[in-house]
Ligand binder design. Structure first.
Ligand code: SF4
Ligand code: SF4
Length: 195
């Protein structure tokens, strides 16, 4: 019986303590928000999701080399010197490589921003986007190399043409070398006969 009344007393006291805490907080500033209807202001230099402007990327790999967890994957293709369709970056740098793949796996990224600082074209940066949860981890691999299909076709065509030009020049030089050798051999035979 004694235990029974002791339990009732504990219940009343602990409830009163709980209500006391609640009552005190009625007059203090709220520390929570009604997310997602309300949101905190994001600090100016926050590190959130990365973004890359493909048009300004020169494929220098500086960002990928700086990444401590290797979550940036780049593939580039060298185009011929006279192929001018890649244009220039916003900083006026002439683009010489076709950046065919530029993936960032945000599921591995640790938001250190070490990739951002070495970028010579300022085309890789942290956005203020932090709501990008997904059900499938593969969806966290962001593909920024949105290469127009026509540009890719033209670049491959130019590469193939250059290859053929080089092969032709190589064959021509070889034929010239052989002809020269043959002429020299003939001259040497003629001079032997004259003697
Ligand atoms: S923020 Fe850090 S971890 Fe993420 S891609 Fe850049 S260098 Fe790699
Ligand atoms: S450092 Fe900048 S320009 Fe170089 S590959 Fe990375 S994003 Fe492109």
């Amino acid at each position: 019986m004694k235990q029974y009344f002791s339990n009732i007393k504990d219940a009343v006291v602990t409830t009163a303590i709980g209500f006391g805490v609640t009552f005190r907080h009625l007059f203090t500033r709220s520390v929570t928000l009604q997310y997602p209807d309300e949101r905190w202001d994001i600090p100016e230099r926050s590190r959130m999701r990365l973004h890359m402007d493909w048009e300004d990327c020169i494929g220098c790999y500086k960002c990928a080399r700086a990444c401590p967890v290797d979550c940036i994957h780049i593939t580039t293709t060298k185009v011929p010197k006279d192929f001018d369709q890649l244009g220039e970056t916003k900083n006026g740098t002439s683009k010489r490589l076709l950046v065919e793949q530029f993936d960032i796996d945000m599921s591995e990224c640790m938001y250190c921003a070490l990739c951002v600082y070495p970028c010579p074209e300022d085309c890789l940066y942290m956005t203020r986007e932090y709501e990008f949860s997904v059900y499938d981890r593969d969806e966290l691999i962001y593909d920024f190399a949105l290469v127009p299909e026509q540009l890719k076709e033209d670049a491959y065509e130019a590469i193939e043409e250059e290859k053929q030009r080089k092969e032709e020049a190589r064959r021509r030089k070889k034929a010239e070398r052989e002809a020269k050798k043959a002429r020299e051999a003939e001259d040497s035979d003629n001079s032997d006969e004259e003697e």
